[in-house]
Design a binder for this molecule. Structure first.
Ligand SMILES: Cc1cc2nc3c(=O)[nH]c(=O)nc-3n(C[C@H](O)[C@H](O)[C@H](O)COP(=O)(O)OP(=O)(O)OC[C@H]3O[C@@H](n4cnc5c(N)ncnc54)[C@H](O)[C@@H]3O)c2cc1C
Length: 506
């Protein structure tokens, strides 16, 4: 079977980046085929079922659902309701693991200001500076800039997004969060640094020293009003479901259980040919004028051979991308009588051996577990090379060891006795590689160092005509909100390339 339309677009990957791009382009009247290897959509923001429990694979909190947030804007543009969600308040409770009082990330800005003044006395200058940068960044991001810019059109979009307030922020474009601490005379505040290292790890995969100041300042204010972090009713799958509804409504063609195994430029570099293997192991060929590629860009190295049109210098660039983390995720289910009664939903724990342990607990009756029971998901970062180099024996041994450490940590922090779990299982980078097709199970993008974030990152526009990247390795980075923004950016570029102006409705 061959899709011969020269004007058709193929979106590779049905995670949030792919479905968002697919839904936006189908809504613009393009002929779009979305190709997803798995039997369901969602990728790292999908779910899986075990008996009566529904587990969120990776993402558990959603940013950008408030008015003006990227998910809200996209659903408003598509004229479709966003999935139902509750604001998280507190968004998270951070336990530094040193016996001191945990830090509550309140939604209300004044309550959060009071909390941080009590928790980190003398740090207000730092928070005020972060808040200024955050406000400036947010105004910029809300204008849907193109970053990094590759041609005049990109540059004009970038220039149009800049507000006078952004000019002052440019001064910090090469700084780290540690530099901001230094400027504000907070470098020696050990407790504040410990807190920031933990929180930044979640969003940028880096600590204070390594996180770009402009990125760090933005994510450190993400939980507070007028923004916020949200908990989806039902499960994380609802986000994909609602986007898929729009895609199908607008005539999009969805192929699940179809895995792209190669792509190449053909016809004097005028169109793309894809080889795709379906659930019956048949190889099918597709042709399209444009391809939106949402997999980690490192996957291009496997999918595009030397004769496929991938320029050598671009291949070199992809080969030299920074090393990316993987995740280990524990999925457990428990009777609520064994849980603490304070009804917390997200806890970040600094654990001696595991580092940052991020725990998400379902709400009673939120669709993830029967009433009176709960799902509990706990994740840490890990080195993907370590897991890929293990033989079967070592793999099992290390998996058992980490599972025990996580269970011990959950017993210590939540008081859950390991024999009381109704269900428990552990996913390693190998599981993520299998579930999401991400090379070696890398997750979460390229990190947000001063040298790799925003203007210094990998552009969505590739040197190959008609190949557009989006997803968590592309500006503005990881998270469902981030990948949606990157999908919007790729769609704007693709449509501009076909002579069409595209903006979300205001
Ligand atoms: C443990 C963990 C916790 C997280 N927590 C949060 C959180 O709380 N909040 C938040 O916003 N973000 C969180 N994230 C990050 C967020 O989940 C991701 O950044 C985002 O979902 C990535 O979306 P994507 O579309 O770019 O990629 P993916 O979700 O990886 O989607 C790519 C899709 O492509 C498909 N695919 C792969 N190879 C092929 C192929 N050859 N052919 C066809 N299809 C293919 C995959 O099956 C997959 O569906 C978390 C991530 C992890 C791992």
């Amino acid at each position: 079977m061959t899709s011969n339309s020269k004007k058709s677009v193929i979106v590779i990957g049905g995670g949030i980046a792919g479905i968002t791009a697919g839904a936006l382009l189908a809504n613009e009247g393009l002929k779009v085929t979305l190709i997803e290897a798995h039997s369901q959509l969602g990728g790292c923001a999908g779910t899986f079922r075990r008996g009566s429990f529904v587990f969120d694979v990776g993402a558990t909190q959603v940013a950008g659902l408030e008015k003006g947030g990227i998910h809200e804007r996209i659903f408003r543009h598509l004229k479709w309701p966003a999935p139902f969600a509750n604001i998280l308040d507190p968004a998270c409770v951070v336990d530094l693991g040193d016996g001191t009082k945990p830090i509550y990330l309140w939604h209300d800005s004044e309550k959060w200001e009071k909390e941080r003044n009590e928790q980190f006395p003398g740090s207000e200058t730092f928070w005020t500076l972060c808040n200024q940068l955050h406000k400036s960044n947010w105004l910029f991001a809300a204008n849907d800039p193109i970053l990094p810019t590759q041609n005049l059109w990109d540059f004009n979009q970038f220039r149009k997004a800049i507000q006078p307030i952004n000019l002052a922020s440019a001064f910090f474009s090469r700084s780290s969060v540690a530099d901001l601490l230094w400027i504000c005379s907070c470098s020696k505040n050990v407790r504040l640094r410990k807190f920031l290292d933990l929180q930044l790890k979640l969003y940028s995969q880096e600590n204070c020293d390594q996180t770009a100041a402009l990125y760090g300042a933005t994510v450190l204010h993400m939980a507070q009003s007028p923004l916020g972090l949200w908990h989806l009713e039902g499960s994380m799958q609802k986000l994909s479901d609602h986007l898929l509804d729009c895609f199908i409504r607008d005539g999009g063609n969805l192929l699940t259980r179809h895995k792209v195994i190669s792509l190449a430029l053909i016809n004097n570099e005028k169109s793309w040919k894809l080889d795709v293997i379906n659930q019956y192991s048949d190889v099918i060929q597709f042709e399209a004028s444009d391809v939106i590629f949402t997999l980690p860009p490192q996957s291009l190295l496997d999918l595009m051979s030397y004769e496929s049109g991938l320029p050598n210098n671009y291949r070199n660039r992809l080969e030299k991308l920074p090393k990316v983390n993987g995740a280990i995720v524990f999925y457990g289910a428990i009777d609520r009588r064994y849980m603490p009664t304070d009804n917390l939903r997200h806890i970040q724990l600094n654990e001696d051996k595991l580092g940052s342990l991020f725990i998400s607990i379902s709400q009673d009756g939120d669709g993830r577990a029967p009433v009176g029971q709960a799902t509990c998901i706990a994740s840490i970062f890990t080195d993907v090379d370590f897991w890929s180099s293990c033989n079967d024996f070592e793999y099992k041994k290390n998996k058992d060891l980490i599972l025990k450490r996580i269970l011990d940590a959950l017993q210590m922090s939540l008081g859950i006795d390991s024999q009381n779990w109704l269900h428990k299982e552990l996913a390693t980078p190998k599981s993520f590689a299998k579930w999401t097709g991400r090379p070696l199970g890398i997750v979460g993008g390229l990190g947000q160092k001063p040298t790799t974030f925003g203007p210094f990152g990998l552009p969505s526009r590739t040197p190959m005509k008609g190949l557009w990247l989006c997803g968590d390795s592309i500006y503005p980075g990881e998270g469902t909100a981030g990948v949606s923004q990157s999908a919007l950016m790729a769609c704007k570029q693709l449509l501009a390339n076909h002579g069409r102006k595209f903006d979300l409705i205001k």
